[in-house]
Design a protein around this ligand. Structure first.
Ligand code: ADP
Length: 161
């Protein structure tokens, strides 16, 4: 494999075990994986950008070639900054496909040599999303097995306040 760095963008609100599964798979393929937490003022997030970056950083601290960062604006501009042309995205089910396909083609229209690499998580994570974790947590359900330990601790701490 060539010396290629990839960017894995997402809201990660909060990071889940599904995201970590994708990051571990990407880390086996690429020489460097930059997890890029998106800052989007128009989107209402449960966690601030700093909290999402912090939770993600703690969750991937043992995977050496992974860096956690954040960006606002166009992903293709961020790719230029990081000198990368590869975007990693996770595909859980057919329902993800249409949106992801549209984004991949749009990013390629914006920057011709961009490639989007889709990775499929372990079957046990195909039902998992940040929004279901937020919902279970807010309804008092047990979400411990769905998120990395630092994320679980953070949510429990907030709920305890
Ligand atoms: P976004 O708002 O950019 O969709 P998310 O944090 O929801 O941000 O997701 C980031 C990426 O991770 C997307 O490609 C999404 O399809 C993927 N993803 C989300 N949950 C899972 C999961 N359980 N398994 C695999 N990929 C996932």
């Amino acid at each position: 494999m060539k010396n290629i760095s990839a960017v894995y963008p997402g809201s990660f609100d909060p990071p889940t075990n599904g995201h970590i599964d994708i990051i571990k798979r990407a880390a086996k393929i690429f020489s460097e994986v930059v997890v890029a937490v998106t800052h989007n003022c128009n989107k209402h997030h449960m966690f601030s950008l700093e909290e999402r970056v912090d939770m993600m950083s703690r969750s991937v601290s043992e995977i050496k070639i992974v860096k956690v960062s954040s960006f606002s604006g166009l992903l293709v501009d961020y790719l230029d900054k990081t000198e990368s042309f590869c975007i990693v995205r996770g595909l859980r089910a057919l329902s993800d496909f249409e949106y992801e396909f549209q984004m991949a083609l749009m990013n390629r229209k914006l920057k011709r040599d961009v490639e989007t690499i889709f990775l499929v998580p372990d079957q046990e994570y195909t039902f998992l999303s940040s929004s279901t974790v937020r919902e279970i947590a807010s309804l008092g359900g047990d979400f411990k097995n769905f998120v990395p330990a630092p994320v679980y601790e953070k949510i429990i701490k907030i709920k305890g306040k």
